[in-house]
Design a protein around this ligand. Structure first.
Ligand code: EPZ
Length: 430
């Protein structure tokens, strides 16, 4: 399994360009098969999750061609099956977006139940409740979610919990139902807005995305479109935290500063100097940062996907910080790894109490999941000495050219493949 070898203690300085948002690209790719006309998607991130979902779409008959590394053309006219194989859902949970897309277009879908993952149980009861409310007739049979419906109709749905995935899945299916659907307590994340804008560019009639009430008037058919995916706010936030943790100075280009407001506010609060431009943001951490309290919340609150990364920054801050994770029940698995690097963190329930230390020390650590893995890379970049980060496949699910972008900022990082039991490292050019 490939690893990163990082020698830290060097401030990251320079500029980097952010890729398209993985968590917008996945539902938009799924929704792109809802028309039989050609859809062109630009600014797709070249990451494993996107590649897996493209294979899943091809497996049911979609014709997908890469125009360049970040642009694909999709045509759903040739789809011959509405049944997604387990191998795809096992690799990425977000294959469940095909439920809303196939149900909306064909009134028929069979998608294996997604398992839990390292950050929590990840139920999908809200997806099923909403899809059944619009007549999806969705049942779980032998580990597969099966929806077969004569007719989808409008409904007034109140989401018990704010759920990004359920909001998007219901929005996709309801956009092709007969009549009006209202989704109350809807998720407001930028990627929910991006999916709504994409669906509208195919002829949907969706209003209110980005607020907690989304109003959808179903339409009979969709037409082709060209669409550019929004920049990845979590990738941008990760680089913001890398600047903070290494006392660096990074200009992060190709972002929407408004999407980063919660992260910007917190980093300013602990002592970073942050300058916002039209489509970029500069983060400078000239001196030791100070403690704070963080509580993750649905957008526009502090994003749960940034919780491990800000946790790393706070391990080096002056004083005692508290990070409370209110979205997922098991998102502190990175804490044990950080402790091995000299951090002083105690997890109590859904909070981590962090006593800032003067420095972290390099160590061999393993990535428990996507965002925790990225956070451990940030920790290794800040630490004195050399670290080996194992299981980087998790990181590559959601970060395009991660080591190249960090290297361009002055990081001493290389990608190696571990060999043999001794874990002997053979350096391989990346
Ligand atoms: C999306 O997951 C993202 N994944 C996650 O990012 C992100 O952490 C999460 O939204 C929150 O922002 C993708 O977009 C592919 P939720 P999702 O439904 O949609 C509960 C990453 O690192 N819930 O908003 O699965 C759930 O347990 C990933 O890129 C139900 O109870 O998250 C959680 O407590 C990790 N029933 C809360 O809602 C349901 O039917 C929010 O989950 C669905 C969710």
């Amino acid at each position: 399994m490939d690893q990163y070898v990082i020698t830290g203690g060097v401030p990251l300085v320079g500029e980097t360009e952010i890729s398209g948002m993985k968590n917008a690209a996945l539902p938009i790719l799924a929704a792109s098969i809802m028309t039989d006309e050609t859809v062109t998607l630009e600014n797709l991130p070249d990451v494993d999750d996107v590649r897996v979902l493209i294979e899943a779409l091809r497996s049911i008959g979609a014709d997908i061609k890469y125009i360049d590394r970040h642009t694909v053309s999709v045509c759903g006219a040739g789809i011959g099956s509405c049944e997604i194989q387990y191998e795809y859902i096992k690799k990425i949970r977000a294959s469940y977006y095909l439920l809303g897309a196939l149900l909306g277009k064909y009134k028929n879908a069979a998608v294996p139940l997604p398992g839990g993952c390292n950050i929590g149980s990840r139920p999908i009861d809200l997806h099923l409740k909403g899809l059944n409310a619009i007549g999806g007739n969705v049942k779980i049979l032998y580990g597969t979610i099966i929806g077969k419906s004569e007719r989808l109709h409008g409904a007034h749905i109140f989401m018990d919990t704010v759920s990004v995935g359920a909001t998007i899945n219901i929005m996709m299916a309801a956009s092709r139902a007969e009549g009006r659907t209202i989704i109350e307590n809807a998720a407001k994340e930028p990627h929910v807005v991006d999916v709504a804008n994409f669906l509208n560019s195919m002829g949907a009639n969706i209003k209110g995305a980005g607020t907690d009430v989304i109003r959808i008037k179903g339409v009979k058919d969709f037409h082709g479109t060209s669409y550019m995916i929004v920049p990845d706010m979590i990738e941008a936030g990760t680089f913001m935290c890398a600047a903070a943790a290494t006392r660096g100075d990074i200009m992060i280009k190709g972002v929407i500063p408004k999407h980063l407001e919660a992260i910007t506010a917190k980093l300013r609060e602990i002592g970073c100097e942050i300058e916002e431009f039209d489509d970029s943001i500069r983060v400078v951490a000239a001196r030791r940062l100070s403690r704070t309290h963080i509580k993750t919340n649905p957008y526009p609150g502090f994003p749960t996907d940034m919780q491990p990364q800000i946790g790393v920054v706070l391990t080096l801050a002056q004083g005692t910080s508290v990070v409370t994770e209110s979205i997922f029940e098991n998102r502190f698995k990175y804490v044990d790894e950080l402790t091995r690097m000299g951090a002083s963190i105690k997890v109590e329930g859904n909070s981590a109490i962090i006593d800032g230390v003067d420095c972290l020390m390099g160590a061999r650590v393993s990535s428990p999941d996507l965002r925790a893995g990225a956070a451990l890379v940030v920790a290794a970049l800040a630490a004195e000495g050399t670290s080996v980060i194992e299981d980087i496949k998790f990181i590559e699910r959601g970060y395009e050219d991660f080591e190249q972008k960090l290297e361009a900022l002055g990081a001493d990082i290389s990608r190696v493949s571990a060999e043999g039991k001794s874990g002997r490292l053979k350096v391989r050019t990346s």
